[in-house]
Design a binder for this molecule. Sequence first.
Ligand SMILES: *[C@@H]1O[C@H](CO)[C@@H](O)[C@H](O)[C@H]1NC(C)=O
Ligand SMILES: *[C@@H]1O[C@H](CO)[C@@H](O)[C@H](O)[C@H]1NC(C)=O
Ligand SMILES: *[C@@H]1O[C@H](CO)[C@@H](O)[C@H](O)[C@H]1NC(C)=O
Ligand SMILES: *[C@@H]1O[C@H](CO)[C@@H](O)[C@H](O)[C@H]1NC(C)=O
Ligand SMILES: *[C@@H]1O[C@H](CO)[C@@H](O)[C@H](O)[C@H]1NC(C)=O
Ligand SMILES: *[C@@H]1O[C@H](CO)[C@@H](O)[C@H](O)[C@H]1NC(C)=O
Length: 389
Amino acid sequence: MLFFSLLYVFAQYTAIAAAINATSLSWYDPQLPGLNATLQEEVFARRSYFYVGGKYINGTTGSVITDQMYVEKLEPPVVLHAYPIVFITGGFQTATNWLNTPDDRAGWASYFLSQGYIVYLADHVKRGRSPWIVADSALLNTTATGLAFVQNYFIAGERTKLWPQAVLHTQWPGTAEVGDPTFDQFYASQIQTAPNDGPFSQTVVDAYSALLDKIGASVLVSHSQGGPYGWGIGDSRPELVKAIIALEPEGPPFENQVQRTGAARPYGITTAPITYSPAVNLTADANAFIKVRVNSTDPNLANCLMQAEPAKQLPNLQKFPILMYTTEASYHAFYDHCTYSYLVQAGVTPEWLQLKDIGIRGNAHFSFMEKNSMEIVPLLDMWIRATVE
Ligand SMILES: *[C@@H]1O[C@H](CO)[C@@H](O)[C@H](O)[C@H]1NC(C)=O
Ligand SMILES: *[C@@H]1O[C@H](CO)[C@@H](O)[C@H](O)[C@H]1NC(C)=O
Ligand SMILES: *[C@@H]1O[C@H](CO)[C@@H](O)[C@H](O)[C@H]1NC(C)=O
Ligand SMILES: *[C@@H]1O[C@H](CO)[C@@H](O)[C@H](O)[C@H]1NC(C)=O
Ligand SMILES: *[C@@H]1O[C@H](CO)[C@@H](O)[C@H](O)[C@H]1NC(C)=O
Ligand SMILES: *[C@@H]1O[C@H](CO)[C@@H](O)[C@H](O)[C@H]1NC(C)=O
């Protein structure tokens, strides 16, 4: 395990605050020019599917293929954009997240289709329609989301108030109680998840890298657990990743904050190895990172683990634009500044869209399903048009 003597360097908080203010949102225009946010409820698309990745192994029933990933392609009648959107879901989720909302409104996939983007929806390796031969991967244990976890963290944080911003949550559609049809639909969609250890994370990254090899340059939209996968894909295929929009990427660096389950993401923003300069191989040198605790003066913001200076850099994540995104009331509102600052310290230049800064209030971690989901998604479209095209 990775335990270090932590230096408490208070002065670095000023550096973090300055970095946060560097995000100007110059692409943002409240008039939404050039966008047609009038979503057609019926979005007709050609649908096809295929599998990527995977390998043959000798299993208990003979030769079997394993670790292949299911991908669905949705293609609008008229394609208006050079680069498709690849959604990368979070923990316990499948690609149904993007199709429609639990209260049966159009989802973000429909929005992007209506604006002429090709959309790819994958179920991560060993999840959903990506088969999992349990007998042949006995060392992998599933974890499932209990009812209380889903309510406390995902959709009704205002009740248990496990982080300061939770009280601001207003946007979940419905009562978030068992028996409410919207809640039951959402909870029914939650699915067991393979443990997110380094080798398994790498398997998921490899499958998405195979997807980009097949479909070409793309814009990634990652959510939560999909965030570290997105960083890994960008690291392994920087020439094929045109941009990453990271919706509340799993964080903060090196530890879990709100859940307080201790050390996590040994490579800072990822669990699997990622390219640093100078290089880091924690198998060869468990002490490769010198970590520094940077305390916040704001009790509503977490203390962060950063690298001691000079910080090792993340060269491949500097090769394409990144938009980080945080809602007002999510548990990520407590610590996403740590992830943002960590990226900046490592030489990456993300922009950071905090919805509260432009007056979009009351959302939590599943904003793409919440009442105002269709007010939010044009912002991402706007950023893509301004930054990528
Ligand atoms: C960041 O911006 C806020 C609001 O404009 C301002 O109050 C604060 O002083 C700025 N912080 C730094 C370090 O520039
Ligand atoms: C948006 O699309 C709808 C349906 O195609 C059309 O009726 C409307 O005029 C469009 N609005 C703008 C501002 O282009
Ligand atoms: C499966 O086992 C056979 C016989 O031992 C071996 O020839 C083959 O290479 C193995 N295949 C894989 C994919 O490991
Ligand atoms: C899976 O669960 C079994 C039984 O509880 C345990 O012995 C094993 O160590 C677990 N494996 C992993 C990878 O966590
Ligand atoms: C990391 O170090 C281990 C142990 O020295 C070594 O086996 C492995 O090949 C190294 N990994 C890389 C990617 O160099
Ligand atoms: C920073 O915060 C930690 C708790 O996260 C605390 O133990 C430590 O004393 C604080 N350091 C300073 C310099 O305030």
